[in-house]
Structure formats: structure tokens, C-alpha cells
Ligand binder design. Structure first.
Ligand SMILES: [Zn+2]
Length: 488
């Protein structure tokens, strides 16, 4: 008898919940509500959430606030603060019971440093438009704003646009994400890690009219590159173009808009070295400070070989990562060559040139404390068409060995379409980490990482094979220092 009652009761609860979810009351459109913590119970059901007069605290894994109302179009802003190890999600257009929580979208809360916790950081529209750039740290208050207008989702952190997505008419979803779609539903704030705490202050919520006009579909081009970008986002693959420049008047806003619409992040670098725009600590720090608030990785491109004498390790360590190529060096006859400039390049003998090039790559990557070898295996124009013959197996192995021994990642460069597939396969087998990079020369050639994505597919590169910048206290230049003399 007792058992039956319990079963009947749970069934009744289930139907009551279903009824509530299906017809949860909507807020009046156009009215902006401020939800202070001690009134939050009027708007949310608490699950293992602690309530204080000026804050709500989520500590346990799965501790949640579940809205008592449904939403379609809306603007929601929450003031938040995380402590070390805390990760969470803000889900919308979702349901409240177990089966229904896979419905709708989720925005990531995670302010941990790189190589710690989830790769996706705060503001990531999880598995749709991922964000890997950390724009807030643990221990600081910030605002997260989610806006939905029919088919357009925007996510802002401290009022800066981080993720943006226009859901197409026929969205492609891989298995498990079939219900990651816009509809109408609940808003849920949930802690997903067992460490740390998420502290929630004031929230504001504005329901927008349900009958707004849809936004025009974006320029996202669903060819083989587009489909690869969609698939890799859904796999949580760190899609980052680590090698872009603000050249030809290009602005950071233009670069990040390009990345948002295509579905990847950017690392921006000034060119630093002799006769380049950045030549000393003060210009290096000035560039960093100018870019500090931008939602991009800040990178230093180390130019020529003289750069090691121009900057201090402390100034270099401000940057998320540093990279160089082996396109500038001095040959056995004392000629300083820049391999991309035909008039400055001398190939007296192909084999001798290649042996010099490999030896220079070895010297650079073992002496200079760089994170990434970019424009890798680049050959000057005069011998570029002999790439497959000149990059012998033995030469490839020497370069791969120096990458492994010095923990240097290998760029897969979309502009020069290098290195070749054979080289990448060998490097992957040896455990080398990879980055995607463009190295745009102007404001018109950011591209869409076509070659890099093709290589990823052909070589079977996975998220685990990809380079992620080191955390702040772990920079290579601080551990290894700078070489006493230039490497040639
Ligand atoms: Zn570059």
C-alpha cells in the first residue's frame, strides 16, 4: 500500500512538473526586471543553492537555479564571481527534468587559466561557437549577458561580444546534439565542477516580444571548410588561428567578427625584431596593453635572429605565447637572407642550401624559447616546386626531433600551405603538438583556415594533438631564459 502511494505520488509530481514546464509562465515582453539575490526565489527554484542577502552561491556539482518562467526572446545579464576550479553552464531554451536538459543551448562559465579545466572559457556558446580565450580571471566580478532574438544568439562578457551565432534554417548537428536548437524553455544556471564556487549577484532579465523578425543569415559558407568548422566546433576541438596580424589597417574588431562568423578564435601578433614596429620592451608592453581587453590571444612574433637581444624575459612573458620562423638567417658566406624576398635569397647549391636550412631550424628551435615554429619548412620561391624532393625523410626527422626535444608546436600554415601532409603525419606520430595559422599579409587574406582544416582531416589530428598556451606562471622564456648570443 505504502509503495503504491509513493509510486502514485511520484507520477503525480512528474505530471505536475511536465505541466509546469509546458506552460511555465512567461514574463511580460519589454519589461526589464532586476532580480536581487534575496528575491531570486520568486523567479528560480533552488537546487542545492545557498541564498544570502547579497548573493547566491553554487558550490556542489549540479547545484542549480532553475527558472520558474519560460523564455523565447530575451536579454539576461548576471553578475558573477568564480573561485578556483569552479565551472558551470547557463542553459536556455531548456527543460528541467533529466531527459529534457539536453534541449537548448549552453553558455560556459570557466575562468581557469590555460591548460587547466575545460578548454572552453567563459562566454563560449558550448559546442556551437566555442570560445577558448580567457577574458576574466577567478576572483573578479564580471557580467555575462546572453541575448536571443529569434535565430540570433549573442554572448557578452563585461559588455564585450564573445560568441555570436545565427542558427541557420537547417542546422547540422552531430549525434548527441540534435536538440541543441532554439525553441522556448527554461533558463538554468548550473555548476558543473565539484571544486570552487560560483557566486551570483544581481541579475537582470528582459523578455523580448515573441514575434520579432529573424536576423538575416550570416555569410557562413557551408562548403567542405564550413562543414569541417561546424563539426570541429561540435567536437569541442580548439579551433584557433594562432597566427594573424593587424596589417593593412585591419582592426581587432574586424578580425574577431570574422572569427565569430566562421566559428573560430584568433591569436594576434605584432612583428617584433630589428627594423620591425616593435623593437624594445616599451613598444612590446605598449602593444600588449593596447590589446589587453580584446577577446583574442596575445602573441609575439619573434623576427630575425636578433630579437633575443632586444627584449627582457619579463616583458615577453606577458604574452600568451611566442613564435618564430626560420625564414631569416645568415648563410655560410655571411649573407643575411630573408627567404621570402627573391633578391635577398641565395641558393648556390640546392642540397647545401637545404642542409644549412635544417641546421638553422635546429639552432633556432633549440636555443630560442619559442612555443611555435611557424611558416614551417618554408622554401624560397626558386626551389619551392621541389619541396617533396628536397624535404627528404632524413631532413624531416631532424626537424621533428628538435620540435619534440624542445617542446615546440608545429604550425599548419594555410597561406603557404605548409608543411606537407607527409611531414604532419610523421610529426603527429612523434607526438608533436600542432597549431593552425594563417599569417595574413594584408586586410583581405584572413581566409578560413582551409589548408589547415584539410590537413587535420587527412592526418586524423584530434583535440589532444593541439597546442594550448601555457598558464601565466609557466612561460617557457621564464624557465629557459634567452640565449646569450644570437643563433645565426
Ligand atoms: Zn607572421
Amino acid at each position: 500500500m505504502r509503495k503504491v502511494n509513493a509510486a502514485a505520488l511520484s507520477l503525480m509530481t512528474f505530471f505536475a512538473l511536465l505541466a509546469f514546464t509546458a506552460c511555465s509562465p512567461s514574463l511580460p515582453a519589454g519589461e526589464k526586471r532586476t532580480i536581487v539575490p534575496d528575491k531570486a526565489k520568486n523567479y528560480f527554484t533552488f537546487e542545492s543553492a545557498a541564498s544570502y542577502p547579497d548573493s547566491l552561491v553554487l558550490t556542489e556539482r549540479n547545484a542549480s537555479l532553475v527558472s520558474r518562467f519560460g523564455l523565447k526572446n530575451f536579454v539576461f545579464t548576471v553578475n558573477m564571481f568564480t573561485t578556483v576550479g569552479a565551472e558551470g553552464l547557463i542553459c536556455f531554451h531548456t527543460g528541467s527534468n533529466q531527459q529534457d536538459t539536453a534541449r537548448g543551448y549552453a553558455v560556459m562559465i570557466n575562468n581557469s587559466d590555460y591548460r587547466k579545466g575545460n578548454l572552453q572559457k567563459t562566454g563560449s556558446l558550448a559546442l556551437i561557437r566555442n570560445n577558448f580565450v580567457r577574458t576574466v580571471g577567478d576572483g573578479e566580478w564580471f557580467t555575462l549577458t546572453i541575448e536571443v532574438q529569434v535565430n540570433l544568439i549573442s554572448v557578452r562578457v563585461n559588455d564585450r561580444l564573445i560568441s555570436e551565432y545565427t542558427q541557420p534554417g537547417h542546422p547540422e548537428r552531430q549525434a548527441g546534439l540534435e536538440n541543441r536548437l532554439l525553441s522556448e524553455g527554461l533558463l538554468v544556471l548550473r555548476k558543473t565542477s565539484s571544486e570552487g564556487a560560483i557566486i551570483i549577484g544581481e541579475m537582470t532579465l528582459k523578455a523580448l516580444a515573441p514575434d520579432l523578425l529573424p536576423a538575416a543569415e550570416t555569410a557562413f559558407f557551408n562548403d567542405s571548410t564550413g562543414r569541417m568548422l561546424t563539426l570541429l566546433n561540435q567536437q569541442g576541438f580548439p579551433l584557433i588561428d594562432f597566427h594573424a596580424h593587424l596589417k593593412g589597417g585591419l582592426t581587432s574588431d574586424q578580425v574577431t567578427a570574422h572569427g565569430r562568423s566562421n566559428g573560430y578564435n584568433y591569436g594576434l601578433a605584432p612583428n617584433c625584431g630589428l627594423n620591425f614596429p616593435v623593437t624594445n620592451d616599451s613598444s612590446l608592453l605598449a602593444w600588449y596593453n593596447e590589446m589587453k581587453g580584446e577577446p583574442v590571444f596575445k602573441a609575439m612574433q619573434c623576427e630575425g635572429r636578433e630579437w633575443v637581444t632586444l627584449f627582457s624575459p619579463q616583458a615577453i612573458a606577458q604574452y600568451d605565447y611566442i613564435f618564430t620562423d626560420a625564414m631569416t638567417w645568415t648563410d655560410h658566406r655571411g649573407r643575411r637572407m630573408r627567404l621570402w624576398i627573391p633578391e635577398e635569397t641565395f641558393v648556390d647549391n640546392e642540397q647545401q642550401f637545404m642542409d644549412m636550412l635544417v641546421a638553422k631550424i635546429e639552432a633556432v628551435l633549440s636555443n630560442e624559447p619559442v612555443d611555435i615554429y611557424v611558416n614551417p619548412t618554408y622554401l624560397p620561391e626558386v626551389i619551392a616546386n621541389r619541396y617533396d624532393q628536397l624535404w627528404t625523410s632524413e631532413r624531416m626527422d631532424r626537424v621533428i626531433k628538435v620540435l619534440v626535444e624542445n617542446d615546440v608546436a608545429l604550425e599548419i600554415n594555410s597561406r603557404f600551405r605548409i608543411p606537407g601532409l607527409t611531414f604532419v603525419r610523421k610529426a603527429k606520430a612523434a607526438g608533436v603538438k600542432f597549431t593552425l595559422g594563417t599569417n595574413n599579409a594584408d586586410n583581405t587574406d584572413l581566409g578560413r583556415l582551409d589548408y589547415s582544416l584539410w590537413i587535420i582531416r587527412e592526418a586524423g589530428i584530434t583535440a589532444a594533438d593541439m597546442f594550448i598556451p601555457r598558464p601565466a606562471g609557466d612561460r617557457k622564456v621564464l624557465k629557459k631564459g634567452l640565449p646569450a648570443r644570437i643563433t645565426g
